[in-house]
Design a protein around this ligand. Structure first.
Ligand SMILES: [Ca+2]
Ligand SMILES: [Ca+2]
Ligand SMILES: [Ca+2]
Length: 323
């Protein structure tokens, strides 16, 4: 490198209109794009935009896609890196107007060198895609509350579901409702329990006479036949992952539950919640090497009383990843 050459920029932007396109086409029909245009996905399936990106060094990167979605619903796309499909879909929620551009971000671990990043329509057409910015982030953080989705399951690295027994297969919740200000995923074939719930508002949500979700609270509840309820994380890239946080009992009648943190279906933390909101049960799972697709499972079960009544259980969790 010459003495007067600049060091590599800390972030790199790749225009979608310069990427490799399948089905989708370059357009200029809505203002506000960067570069010389944007890419319009046309078909519900098969259309793809493939970027060739450069990672200056091995590490975590935030991939930020600039897009517009003037429709009324999410337009999630499948993302793959070097032909490896990532868990979940990248969400592109409505921006209100085709001229209003926002960003959707996805953390991913990259080795040093050149990579392909592809966004493919799989059943629903995509947004108008303007550009991809690749920004080194060093570490990645995942939080089931901050990343909670009110319309996608799975959503990114997270899936919400239940199992008949702790180690049983996960059935995804298929119904989402807004109940008393909180967003609740449940099973249309079982009922409101088991579930996972989140309060996205800036005020308390009283979801049952004895349970109040404070702003940002994430809560899950087992089912009437002892079904375990789960927040399941799938590692998007190989790396080292750690998890910490706490479980708690928000029901004023006293939550009585079993709580678990599991890596690939083995317990790495087991505890019980007995009591009300003050009954906080902390956990800390040290860093461990995971492969892409490995899972960290947060689960809640029936507790020593054998009853699922009044068993709403708080979860506060952060997963930190390095490479
Ligand atoms: Ca389109
Ligand atoms: Ca552009
Ligand atoms: Ca119980």
């Amino acid at each position: 490198m010459g003495a007067y050459e600049q060091s590599p920029p800390s972030s790199l932007t790749y225009e979608a209109e310069s990427a490799s396109l399948t089905g989708a086409v370059v357009a200029k029909s809505h203002a506000g794009y960067k570069g010389s245009g944007f890419v319009d996905y046309l078909n519900a399936s098969g259309d793809a935009v493939e970027f060739a990106v450069q990672a200056p060094s091995a590490g975590w990167y935030d991939l930020s896609f600039r897009y517009a979605n003037g429709g009324t619903s999410d337009r999630p796309l499948e993302m793959s890196v070097d032909d490896q499909v990532l868990p979940g879909r990248v969400s592109f929620p409505p921006t209100g107007n085709w001229r209003i551009w926002q960003t959707a971000s996805q953390p991913v671990a990259l080795a040093a060198g050149r990579h392909t990043v592809r966004l493919t329509a799989v059943g629903r057409s995509g947004p108008n895609l303007d550009a991809l910015t690749v920004l080194p982030s060093g570490t990645a953080r995942f939080d089931p509350a901050a990343q909670f989705s009110g319309d996608q399951n799975p959503s990114g690295v997270w899936r919400y579901g239940y199992s008949a027994v702790l180690a049983g297969p996960l059935t995804l919740y298929d119904r989402v409702e807004v109940a008393d200000g909180a967003v609740r995923w449940s099973s249309s074939s079982i009922g409101i329990d088991p579930n996972v719930s989140y309060n996205p508002t800036s005020h308390d949500a009283v979801v049952a006479s004895t349970v109040t979700l404070r702003p940002g609270d994430l809560v899950f509840h087992l089912g009437p036949q002892g079904q375990w309820s789960h927040f399941l994380f799938r590692a998007p890239s190989p790396g080292t992952y750690a998890a910490s946080g706490f479980f708690g009992g928000p029901d004023v009648l006293g939550t009585t539950t079993d709580v678990r943190v599991r890596i690939n279906a083995s317990d790495v933390f087991a505890g019980v919640v007995n009591g009300t909101r003050g009954a906080v049960v902390p956990f800390s799972v040290p860093f461990r090497v995971l492969n892409a697709g490995d899972t960290i499972d947060f689960a809640v079960g029936v507790g020593a009383d054998g009853s699922h009544a009044d068993d709403s259980t708080l979860l506060s969790a952060t997963i930190t990843a390095t490479v």
